[in-house]
Ligand binder design. Structure first.
Ligand code: ADP
Ligand code: MG
Length: 155
């Protein structure tokens, strides 16, 4: 394993106690992401996925104010001169992963930006090996258990 690989997120488990803490965690992880990375966010409604995306945007030097949970737009692009692009997919309303192929999801994986997918468990078959999965578990008192792991690469 090279040093650069070791410094990228592999296995990590954190408990956050507020939305701000979740956002701060994402902000700190953002610089470890590389162009072409695909991040799957998995967790129930209200678990903190969109909050996490705001932190990622912030950490990449993008405008977190533009990040929302779009109801009818499947993919939003956040871009700024001099910053890595962030492609934000919300698969909440997706019933069949083919819907995302129709809007060109796979093309985003080839583009020089980071793709982050809410409800990422719905599209696991479509993402390239080596994608990062982040699971959100709702605990008591506003706490969230957040687990980060890199999905298996082929050997
Ligand atoms: P999702 O995108 O997973 O549906 P959101 O990020 O839109 O979830 O909303 C999460 C909600 O939970 C927000 O209202 C946020 O303020 C609240 N919240 C409370 N505690 C936390 C926490 N520890 N992390 C993230 N969000 C939290
Ligand atoms: Mg959301």
């Amino acid at each position: 394993m090279t040093t650069s690989e070791r410094s990228r997120p592999s296995e990590l488990e954190c408990i956050t106690r507020s939305a701000e803490e979740t956002r701060a965690l994402a902000r700190r992880l953002a610089p470890q992401l590389r162009p072409g990375d695909v991040v799957l966010l998995v967790g129930e409604l209200g678990a903190g996925k969109t909050t996490f995306v705001r932190g990622l945007a912030e950490g990449l030097g993008l405008d977190p104010g533009r990040v929302s949970s779009p109801t009818f737009v499947l993919i939003q692009e956040y871009e700024r001169e001099g910053a890595p692009s962030l492609y934000h997919v919300d698969a909440y309303r997706v019933r069949d992963p083919c819907e995302l192929l129709e809007v060109g999801l796979e093309e985003y994986f080839e583009r020089p930006g980071i793709t982050v997918i809410e409800w990422g468990d719905k599209v696991r078959e479509l993402v390239p090996p080596g994608a990062i999965e982040i699971r959100f578990e709702v605990l008591e008192d506003d706490r969230r258990r957040i687990r980060v792991r890199r999905l298996q690469r082929p050997t």
